[in-house]
Design a protein around this ligand. Structure first.
Ligand code: SF4
Length: 336
């Protein structure tokens, strides 16, 4: 049973937020006064990758604006059904770096565990929208193989919890995972890739903070926020709670056409991220996942955006522009 944990600052608890989802494109269109003339296209796209958006996110989306930069990340569109050359169901070829169920080993000294398939939102551009979670979400009993793999390779210093969204797991499960990893002496750091503090900030309960910090591991949390409008006061408060507990907070975003494809969007985002107690980490070029071609931004435009960000912000607020190349020993840094 999932415990209902709330902190005094929270007026709503995260489990209820996570269950109050909008999953029907028509319901979303009606809630936001959006035109429904493309509704049939939306339904087609929705069959490929279901809409999932907590109702509480509606407060951060402008009513009647189909071009709202937050909405654009989650609203299914007919363009997702286009078949476009160069876009595939596994653009990072993760099947080839999957030596144990739930474990991806791409880079020498770190591994990634897909600890859950569940997310609070479905981002239309997600490179794991077609990932085989069935075979890569072994559950508590099945993690033995992955943990043993980590134990056998002393090069592995860092374990990345990913998914899905690791913070959609109950505290008890996270606590078990962290204590299992903590027993492996050569692992010093656990990195958590999550969108939940942004999407449902009520997830940052006192109980979670204790779970994350009651071990010898260095905890790094990499947020995923693409636009300044995603950050409201509750998000900021949740991030401050994490920061105060000594958790290193970073943010990564994906460069997305019509969402954040301007220097000003990133200047505003990175200033707000800093106000949250986090630092900008990466701007990712889009991974070429089938169904997401309409989000792609050209390399030349990305470089121009980076030049403009670089002129406008101090160096510590300028993220790295990167692209993931299957089989490469590290992410490719793009110069600008
Ligand atoms: S939260 Fe992350 S894993 Fe989940 S759909 Fe969005 S990008 Fe994909």
């Amino acid at each position: 049973m999932i415990q209902q944990n709330t902190s005094p600052w929270q007026t709503r608890d995260w489990q209820n937020e996570l269950q109050a989802l909008i999953e029907d494109p028509l319901e979303l269109a009606e809630a936001l006064d959006l035109p429904t003339n493309t509704f049939l296209d939306m339904q087609q796209a929705n069959k490929l990758f279901a809409l999932r958006l907590p109702a509480s996110m509606l407060d951060r989306i402008e009513r009647g604006n189909i071009n709202d930069p937050v909405l654009k990340q989650f609203l299914p569109t007919g363009k997702e059904t286009d078949i476009v050359r160069g876009y595939s169901s596994d653009p990072l070829q993760e099947k080839t770096v999957n030596p144990a169920p739930g474990l991806l080993h791409k880079f020498k000294n770190r591994v990634l565990l897909t600890v859950t398939q569940s997310c609070a939102v479905h981002c239309r551009y997600c490179f794991r929208r077609n990932f085989n979670y069935q075979d890569n979400n072994p559950g508590k009993a099945g993690w033995a193989k992955a943990l043993n793999y980590i134990l056998q390779d002393a090069n592995i210093e860092e374990v990345i919890l990913s998914g899905g969204d690791p913070l959609s797991l109950p505290d008890e499960y996270l606590s078990w995972l962290l204590s299992s990893i903590e027993k492996i002496k050569h692992v010093t750091t656990v990195r958590i890739h999550t969108r939940l503090p942004i999407i449902i900030p009520q997830r940052i309960t006192n109980e979670l903070l204790t779970t994350l910090t009651l071990n010898r591991l260095k905890i790094v949390m990499v947020l995923h926020c693409n636009h300044a409008n995603e950050i409201d006061e509750e998000v900021m408060h949740a991030c401050h709670l994490l920061h105060e507990r000594g958790i290193t907070l970073l943010n990564q975003c994906v460069l997305l056409k019509d969402v954040n494809d301007s220097a000003q969007a990133h200047i505003d985002l990175n200033k707000k991220i800093f106000d949250c107690g986090a630092l900008p980490y990466y701007i990712h070029m889009l991974d070429k996942i089938a169904g997401a071609h309409h989000y792609d931004v050209s390399e030349a435009k990305a470089q121009q955006i980076m030049q403009d960000i670089n002129k406008a912000l101090p160096g510590y607020l300028v993220p790295k522009l990167v692209r993931e190349v299957p089989g490469a020993g590290a992410k490719e840094m793009l110069s600008f």
